[in-house]
Every structure is written in C-alpha cells, then in structure tokens.
Design a protein around this ligand. Structure first.
Ligand code: FAD
Length: 462
C-alpha cells in the first residue's frame, strides 16, 4: 500500500498537538494527526479539566457550612454521591473530546486513531494500520506520564492521577505520595469530599519551588482542614491486607488507605516512539531537547509541550504548538516567551502566583521591599471560617518594579491571571498605588498596601 503523504504530521492529540495541527491546516498545509488514547490529551481527559471539576465538588462542603451564618438552614444533612460526580464529569469530558475532534475535522486535518512511531525521520507507522505515513515535517507532542517508583514492593497496588478520575468506589481513606501541585490538589479534593487523607512526602515541606511563606500558609490551612502530613519519609513496601492497603515508610510508619495514590512527578512520554537511531537528542529523563523554536536535533522533527519538559502547563503547550505552526506555514519566529507565567494551584485554599518567589527575589535584587497582608475574607465574618488570606507583593526597591506576587485564598488563580498582565507590562509599585481600589473585594488589598512589611538590603560588598 502506498504511503500517505503529509506536509506536517503531528503525534499526539493533546493541548500542543491539536493546536499545532489545526493552525497548520488553517495556513493551508496538508496535515495528519495521530492520537493513541483520546483527543484532548492530558488536560482535557485526565488533567486540568476533570481536576477542576473535582475541586469544585470538594468545595461545596464549605459553602454548606458558611450558608448557615447567612440565614440558610439546610433541612437535611448534605450527602455526597461519588458515582454521580464521575458520571457527570465523564459526560462533560466526552463533550470536550468531541469538540476537539470536530475542530480538527473542520480545519481539514486527517485524523488517525492509534499509536504512532517513527520508521525514519520522514516515515511513520500507526499501529493497526496498513501502509506508512510520509511527512515532510513532523511534530512530537506526546506529553508526559506519571512516575511510579518500581523499586517499592507492592507498587502494582497503587493508583496515579490517571486512575483517580475513574475510581468506581469513593476511597474513604486515601494516602497520597508526593509534595507537588498534583499531590496537594488531590489531597484537598479528597479531604473536601470527606475522605481521611494522609500525604507522604520525602522532603520537609510541600510545594517545592513556590514561595516559602505560601508553602507554609497552605500546608497549615490544609492541616486545619484535616489533611495529615508524613514528611521526610518515603514508602519502602506496600501491602494489600484485609483492611485495605498498608504503606510502610522509612520512618517506620504504616499508613493505611483504601487507595494509595502516587503523584511523585511526571516524565516525558517517549515510549515506543521509535526514536532510537533517529538522532533526536534527548535529556536524562527522556525529554526531547529543542531550541527556542521547538526544533529538535533532526531538521524535519519538532517537539512541543510536556515531552520537551520546559514549563509543563497547558497554555504553554498550546502557545508552543501555535507558534510552531505559524513559523512553519506562515510568518512567525516560532519562539515563545516563557517568562512571568501566571500559575495557580487548586488546593483549598487556592494559590495564585506570578513572578519571583521571595527566596529568588532576595538573590536577584539588592534592595527588596516586601508588602504583605493577611486577613480573614469578608465572607468568613458571617460564614464562620477561620482561614486567613495571604497577599504578598515583592518589589525591586531600586527600580520600584513589582517582581513577584503571591496570593493564597479564594479566587487566587483568577487574580494571578490579571496580575500577570500588569507584571508583563513592567508595572511598578507606584502603578499599583495609583490604581483605584475596587471595594469591597479581597483583591483591593493589592493596591492599598502602603507600608513596606519588610525591607531586605543585600550587603553591597557581596
Ligand atoms: P498531552 O496533553 O499530554 O497530550 C499528549 C497526547 O499524546 C496524549 O493524548 C497521548 O495519548 C498522546 N500520545 C502519546 N504518545 C503517542 C503516540 N506515540 N502516538 C499517538 N498518540 C500519542 N496544566 C495547567 O496548565 N493547569 C492545570 O491546572 C493542570 N492540571 C493538571 C492536573 C493533572 C492531574 C495533570 C496530570 C496535569 C495537569 N496539567 C495542568 C498539565 C497539563 O495537562 C499538561 O501540561 C498538558 O496537557 C500538556 O500538553 P501536551 O500537548 O504536551 O501533552
């Protein structure tokens, strides 16, 4: 059977791949795309979207409690039904998956269902299909997969975030291994839905890489919400017993759960891609090494998104895929600005952040002004919540530029998105100060913090 010819062939129908394929086709290229699981990729099928739906589900507990302070009485004790959440979530995910597929079709992209691998730099094969694909240019957009520690006996009993979205029965007790954002978000979700949650982490504090004050604030709030932390330890063995799973740890603890979930990081998904002998340079963890324009060490092959392990977030993968398609089939330089990316962590309480952490800003600037405000959100006054909100601005004391902003509390992610614009424009503290407050909001604190909470001056001789 003759090979099917394409100008551009995309491997992976996730955030980066779908965007690159669609834009390339809109620019007039003949484009094909292969997806081995479900169109939409990690974000839509088993990442950002179902996770956020679960986060919403977990937060109703607070709403029910707070409502009473505002005069509502709940005549029955609210109860939660896991199968209803799963079924409704699955329906929404299927809708989004169809939208991704139909947008590709509308743009004229040829869709292949199956695992794709390279036979040589310009020839690909898709499992279960006769004949090869010939592609002038191709894109690896295969994302990442959750890591498991295969040295731990009994590891076959654990789940990852992939399975957490499809559990048939709600785990009344769950142990989550990991300290990153996915582990913390799931700890918050399951605790909110009523599970008994323990989070085990090899380090001394959750959310490495985030602002230290934010990390402590969120961990304390999670503890107050019932999450138990087992720090400075890892699993040595996992046993299946009549009373669920028991995870034995290096600190001699035995952590019991109906499920044990590993969220200890993710690795680039390069398995079975046929890269051996192709000359595509890879990093130690398998990541595809690319230049600023997403070009690999092989001329006709490009890579975007999590498989390149640059900044592993959906909007970044989308932007990289879009920029690449513009560069290859229209005009555009192909590079993407990875600086000042606003980020949220959907723990409860939520984190929104953009710019430098205090630790990094202290190293970078000679004079650092720290503005900090902690307060009880207005809703808690009648609602009865005790959790405090944290807002923190980091300002270069010499140029007056705002170089970092960190928020913990309701809608922190929404605020960080908007603050991202201000920081990207180079806003100074004076710009924040001359912006009129919007009252009564929590965000108004960002433009009313007049007094420096702390000034750090680095020794000039350093
Ligand atoms: P993916 O979206 O992973 O797509 C890769 C696709 O390639 C997959 O569909 C896969 O099946 C397919 N594939 C792999 N190999 C082959 C092959 N050989 N042939 C054919 N198809 C193949 N990011 C955010 O910005 N915000 C969030 O809140 C957020 N939450 C997350 C929560 C979780 C639990 C997880 C796991 C991730 C989350 N992310 C979040 C990260 C985000 O999902 C990824 O950064 C994003 O999906 C990366 O897009 P991608 O195109 O690189 O890869």
């Amino acid at each position: 059977m003759a090979a099917q010819e394409f100008d551009f062939f995309v491997i992976g129908g996730g955030s980066g791949g779908v965007r690159a394929a669609r834009i390339a086709a809109q620019h007039g290229a003949k484009v094909g795309i292969a997806e081995s699981y479900r169109f939409g990729g990690t974000c839509v099928i088993r990442g950002c979207v179902p996770k956020k739906l679960f986060v919403y589900a977990g937060r109703f507990r607070d709403e029910f409690e707070e409502a009473q302070g505002f005069g509502w009485s709940l005549n029955a004790t609210p109860s939660f039904d896991w199968p209803t959440l799963i079924a409704n979530k699955d329906r929404e995910i299927a809708r989004l998956e169809n939208a991704y597929r139909s947008n590709l079709e509308k743009a004229g992209v040829t869709i292949f269902e199956g695992h794709a691998r390279f036979k040589d730099a310009n020839t690909l094969h898709i499992d279960g299909r006769d004949g090869d694909i010939r592609a002038a240019k191709s894109l690896i957009a295969t994302g990442g997969t959750p890591n498991l520690d295969h040295r731990v006996p009994g590891i076959e009993h654990v789940i990852t975030s992939n399975e957490a979205f499809h559990l048939e029965t709600f785990p009344k007790r769950i142990v989550i291994a990991g300290g990153g954002y996915i582990a913390c978000e799931f700890a918050g979700i399951f605790a909110g839905l009523g599970a008994d949650v323990t989070q085990i982490y090899r380090g001394p504090e959750i959310l490495r890489g985030f602002d230290d004050e934010v990390r402590t604030h969120v961990r304390e709030a999670m503890e107050a919400r019932g999450v138990r932390f087992a720090f400075n330890q890892v699993f040595t063995k996992i046993e299946k017993t009549g009373d669920g799973l028991v995870g034995h740890t290096t600190a001699g603890e035995a952590l019991v759960g109906d499920q044990i979930m590993f969220a200890i990081g993710r690795s680039p998904n390069v398995d079975g891609l046929g890269l051996d002998g192709l000359g595509v340079e890879q990093g130690a963890n398998g990541k595809i090494v690319v230049d600023a324009t997403s070009r690999t060490s092989v001329d006709s092959i490009y890579a975007v998104g999590d498989v390149t392990d640059r900044v592993n977030l959906t909007p970044v993968a989308i932007r990289e895929g879009h920029a690449l398609a513009d560069m290859l089939f229209s005009s555009g330089k192909g590079d993407v600005d990875h600086d000042l990316i606003p980020t949220a962590v959907f723990t409860t309480p939520e984190i929104g952040t953009v710019g430098l952490t205090e630790q990094d800003a202290r190293e970078r600037y000679r004079v650092l002004d720290i503005y900090r405000s902690t307060f009880r959100p207005m809703k808690s006054t009648l609602g009865g919540g005790t959790e405090k909100m944290l807002l923190k601005l980091l300002v270069d004391g010499e140029s007056d530029r705002v170089v970092g902003c960190h928020i913990v509390g309701p809608d922190a992610g929404e605020m960080a998105q908007l603050l991202g614009i201000a920081l990207k424009m180079g806003a100074t503290k004076a710009d924040f100060d001359r912006t009129m407050a919007l009252h009564p909001t929590a965000a108004e604190e960002l433009v009313t913090m007049r007094q420096v909470s702390e000034q750090v001056v680095r020794d000039a001789v350093e």
